[in-house]
Write a protein of this length. Structure first.
Lengths: 123, 586
């Protein structure tokens, strides 16, 4: 079974695919899904060291997905990547165990550096 | 003291509107407070003074009517008493003559000795008789007793003799006659045994009659006298003697009883006339008794009292007017102040609503733009990745340059959307203790170089007594930065910027940011916190700086005001609470 470096959860399909491609060019293997329920199913099925999670998903709100991920896989680092993040969202996500909170548009190198640090710290 | 003196004119003539009030006008309950104030005073004064004036006038009317009625009654009573005295005087003497002719008869009376005896007895009994004579039916005096030698005189053509023939007795007018002394003739006719008649005539001195009349004179403005029916004075009048011994007031119309009327004298002064046509029960007379009183003299006491009442009324009216004016001014002023406060709150609420609406619009736009931007970012990033990571594109630097410019544009768009989002929510408040002095010093440091270059003197005076403020560092920094930026744009080289702070009670701090720059005109002063309002040239200012500052101050539960004069400078005053209440934050 193939082990991915990260899971990207975003309802904007083209965006998620493009991000996966860019990370792929940087030798990071990505799995992509476009809604909250699928994301939870995937996480329950296999572990991911990192999940990049959008907050505004079509079926379940991002913080709910975050909670379920942390319940199921507490070791997974969840990076919230959103276009509409408020300070309140940030506080809420951090309280629910998010690793970090990033607003779109994204600086890909910063994300890669962040993932490298996560990989270093993970056992 | 001087302050209260300066305020005095406004207590009497209040200033309800100021030049900076125009923007509040739509929110006032009453559009014209001066008119409201005037109407209040008018209505209160009318309610208080009109009934008072009407009551006073009615009271005056009643008093005057009562005094007039009383005066007429008194004058009539006086005239009636005097009439009785005159009538009695004449009747008494006529009765005496009647008694003499009936008792003694013609023969005895024509005896000069007996006639003198009768005269003596009459003088003793009544007094005031000058002489006594007997006149035959031919009109010739046949016997005489008295001081003059008038025997043989012919009286046949004398009016009194003719009247005596007709009425059996007569009383003449007062006349001088042969002796040239004013006197009255009274005479009675008697018929002798042979059927012929004779007349017993007596001459009366007028002195007694005048004395009797004078005893009825009351008061210095009263006059009492006798006139005949043509108005010729029979006894002297003190005030009403006109030409040819006629009285100078009209002869009253005949009445068989005593009467009193109001009239006017020759100089149009109001007078009261009591009069009576005098007739004895033996013979009629041509006398009219006149009692004349000047009304002014009788009304003097009342006029003095009325003058005092008028003074009292005047002073009372002035005091009432002052109390009403002051009370109305204070009350209307209080209503005005409350209304003004309400209007200011409405304006502030409207401004907040405006900011909130624009904030919502900005947030909507920003959210919608952000997602496509993110996609552009990733797509362009991917293209760049292809060029930089994949070996086959590495030799094409021009393409990389173009991609970089796309990314740069996206980055700038990202900055704009962040700013728009910031405008809508100003982010959430995170409180921490802030030293205001440090904060101001930090902000000033951003401008240090510019100030040195432009020779702008910055003076900071934040006393050590100002406590640490529990507030949001970022927002406070942005507020101060915006205001200092604003000041730097308004002042010319060589001007000054003064930043100072003071406590406003134990729970509030006031921060003053004052410059001596170009100032803000009155027209603009009310609009400077409105979004997109700018006086700068197009493209040089967004018009959001001060409205964002306003929103930030509101977010920190503070208040911002501005005072400015064109050419003299501007002072922004930011009032902030020392502690933000936690529950309000959330």
């Amino acid at each position: 079974m193939k082990h991915y470096d990260l899971l990207i959860v975003d309802d904007e399909q083209r965006y998620a695919d493009m991000l996966a491609k860019r990370l792929g060019l940087r030798r990071l293997t990505c799995k992509v899904c476009y809604d909250g329920r699928t994301a939870i199913e995937i996480i329950e099925g296999e572990p991911f060291p990192v999940v990049i999670l959008d907050l505004r998903l079509p079926d379940i709100y991002g913080t709910e997905v975050l909670t379920r991920i942390k319940q199921c896989r507490p070791e997974t680092a969840v990076i919230i990547l959103t276009g509409h993040g408020t300070e309140k969202d940030r506080e809420q996500c951090m309280a629910h165990g998010a690793h970090s909170f990033i607003n779109k548009p994204l600086d890909i190198d910063r994300l890669v550096a962040m993932m490298a640090r996560i990989k270093e710290k993970s056992p | 003291m001087m302050k209260s003196l300066n305020r005095l004119p406004w207590a009497i003539w209040p200033r309800f509107h100021r030049n900076d009030d125009e923007h509040l006008s739509p929110y006032y309950t009453f559009q014209d407070y001066r008119q409201t104030w005037g109407m209040t005073i008018f209505i209160l004064m009318s309610t208080a003074l009109v009934p008072l004036v009407i009551m006073t006038l009615i009271y005056y009317q009643l008093i005057e009517t009562s005094i007039n009625t009383e005066s007429l009654l008194r004058t009539e009573r006086l005239a009636s008493n005097a009439r009785r005295a005159v009538t009695f005087f004449l009747e008494e003497r006529l009765d005496a003559l009647t008694f003499a002719v009936n008792e003694m008869g013609y023969e005895r009376l024509t005896n000069p000795g007996r006639l003198s005896e009768v005269l003596r007895n009459l003088k003793l009994g009544f007094g005031g008789l000058t002489d006594l004579s007997v006149i035959a039916d031919t009109g010739t005096q046949v016997s005489y007793a008295g001081p003059f030698n008038l025997e043989g005189k012919d009286y046949s053509n004398q009016p009194w003799f003719l009247e005596c023939q007709q009425h059996n007795a007569c009383v003449s007018e007062i006349f001088s006659g042969y002796r040239d002394v004013p006197h009255i003739v009274v005479a009675v006719k008697s018929v002798r045994a042979d059927g012929r008649f004779f007349v017993l005539r007596a001459t009366l001195e007028t002195e007694r009659l005048i004395q009797a009349l004078s005893s009825y004179k009351t008061g210095e403005h009263a006059d009492i006298f006798l006139v005949n029916r043509e108005g010729l004075l029979q006894t002297p009048s003190q005030f009403y003697e006109g030409e040819s011994h006629h009285m100078n007031i009209p002869v009253p119309a005949y009445s068989d009883r005593t009467r009193a009327v109001m009239s006017a004298d020759h100089s149009d002064q109001p007078i009261l006339i009591g009069y009576a046509f005098i007739d004895t029960n033996i013979a009629p007379t041509s006398f009219i008794l006149m009692v004349v009183k000047q009304k002014a003299g009788m009304m003097k006491v009342w006029l003095d009292l009325r003058s005092n009442i008028n003074w009292f009324f005047g002073v009372s009216a002035v005091i009432i007017a002052m109390v009403i004016t002051l009370t109305s001014t204070v009350m209307v002023n209080k209503i005005f102040q409350a209304d003004r406060q309400k209007a200011e709150t409405m304006v502030a609420a409207e401004r907040n609503c405006q900011l909130a609406s624009i904030g919502q619009l900005a947030a909507g736009v920003a959210h919608e733009i952000n997602n496509p931007l993110a996609l552009i970012n990733e797509t362009a990033g991917y293209v760049k990745d292809l060029f930089t990571i994949k070996q086959q594109y590495k030799e094409d630097p021009e393409l990389v340059e173009h991609i970089d410019s796309i990314l740069d544009a996206v980055d700038r768009c990202g900055t704009i959307t962040r700013q728009l989002l910031g405008f809508s929510r100003h982010f959430d408040v995170q409180t921490q203790p802030i030293d205001l002095n440090d904060m101001v010093t930090d902000v000033i440091n951003f401008h240090k170089k510019e100030a040195e270059y432009r020779d702008i003197k910055i003076h900071v005076d934040i006393p050590e007594t100002i406590p640490l403020i529990e507030t949001d560092r970022g927002k406070l920094q942005q507020i101060i930065l915006n205001l200092v930026n604003n000041a730097f744009q308004a002042i010319a080289n060589g001007c000054f910027l003064d930043i100072r702070a003071e406590m406003d009670g134990p729970e509030q701090v006031r921060l003053f940011i004052q410059d001596n720059g170009c100032g803000i005109s009155e027209d603009h002063l009310n609009k400077i916190f409105e979004p997109f309002f700018t006086t700068k040239k197009e493209g040089q200012g967004t018009g959001l700086g001060l409205s964002i500052t306003y929103g930030l101050v509101q977010k920190l539960h503070g208040n911002i005001t501005v005072q400015s004069k064109t050419g003299q400078g501007t002072t922004f005053v930011v009032t902030l609470p020392v502690h933000i209440q936690k529950e309000i934050q959330s």
